[in-house]
Design a protein around this ligand. Structure first.
Ligand SMILES: Nc1ncnc2c1ncn2[C@@H]1O[C@H](COP(=O)(O)OP(=O)(O)OP(=O)(O)O)[C@@H](O)[C@H]1O
Length: 263
């Protein structure tokens, strides 16, 4: 793999239930880069992320994370380098929020700081997601957005080099959406983040990979990828791309369904 890439997905095919879901997908994320994964429902974003962290095995192609071949690396070793925030909130254990965040330390050897420094780190991670007030709550009693933030704190507590986020702004109010993306993009961590909001992606991501029908159809800087023609082609909606008056990033104003795609 190229030395600068913290994540390198190379020519990956994925077959699920007899259907080819990803077709020759390649994706690069350089160290410290934030890559937004966009695309319509069912275009393959979650499948690509699941393949990147090794839960889904590709039928062809390779994935490297921080130089390790995901297909041949033990999960625990991988988890020292890569953390994941998925859409499946399987953590319904009767654990306190602090203990859920501490789960992020499991992949690391015990020698890496004792309980006390792990607790300190967990508290710091909770503070970063605006979750200090939740520390002693029972995790199952949290709202959807609070859970999302606590699970992000758990991912940060893993101290990963690569962070994979599948629609992390789901459940979050607008303030916490902005806060989460600002925080994630301020970290010195490589991030690949699946998003649905085009303007949010254009505001916070260094690069965008746009998916359609199981393929990456465009990769590049937000303004290069999110052109009106491409948005119309991939999503079937018309849009104007303006300059945000404050951020000067692309502001994607969706105006109507494109005539060709109208019912
Ligand atoms: N186990 C499976 N068997 C067959 N098809 C599957 C399976 N899992 C996913 N798929 C299909 O793979 C395609 C890609 O799904 P995926 O969840 O990766 O899309 P997505 O871009 O993340 O969608 P969304 O935006 O709706 O979350 C979809 O057509 C989905 O129905």
């Amino acid at each position: 793999m190229s030395t600068a890439a913290a994540l390198e997905v190379h020519d990956v095919d994925v077959v699920l239930g007899g259907t080819r879901v990803l077709h020759g997908v390649s994706l690069l994320a350089a160290a410290g880069e934030v890559v937004g994964l966009l695309g319509p429902n069912g275009s393959g974003k979650s499948t690509l992320l699941r393949t990147a962290y090794g839960v889904t095995r590709p039928a062809a192609g390779t994935v490297h994370i921080a130089g390790l071949n995901v297909g041949t690396t033990r999960p625990r070793e991988l988890a020292r380098r890569c953390a994941v925030l998925t859409q499946d909130h399987a953590v319904d254990l009767e654990l306190s929020v602090l203990d859920v965040v501490l789960l992020g330390r499991i992949p690391h050897p015990r020698a890496m700081g004792g309980r006390r420094s792990n607790v300190e780190l967990a508290r710091t991670c909770l503070a970063r997601v605006d979750g200090t007030h939740l520390t002693d709550r029972a995790f199952p009693t949290l709202s959807g957005g609070e859970r999302q933030r606590v699970l992000l704190a758990r991912a940060l507590c893993q101290e990963p080099q690569v962070l994979l986020l599948d629609e992390p702004t789901n459940h979050l109010d607008v303030s916490h959406q902005l806060e989460l993306l600002a925080m994630v993009t301020s970290l010195d961590i490589t991030c690949v983040v699946a998003l649905h909001d085009l303007t949010l992606a254009a505001t916070y991501c260094d690069r965008i990979a746009l998916m359609a029908d199981g393929q990456v159809v465009a990769q590049g800087r937000p303004a290069e990828v999110l052109t009106p023609a491409r948005v119309e082609d991939v999503y079937g909606v018309a849009c104007d791309v303006l300059s945000h008056p404050r951020t000067h990033r692309p502001l994607i104003a969706v105006s109507r369904r494109a005539p060709a795609a109208a019912d």
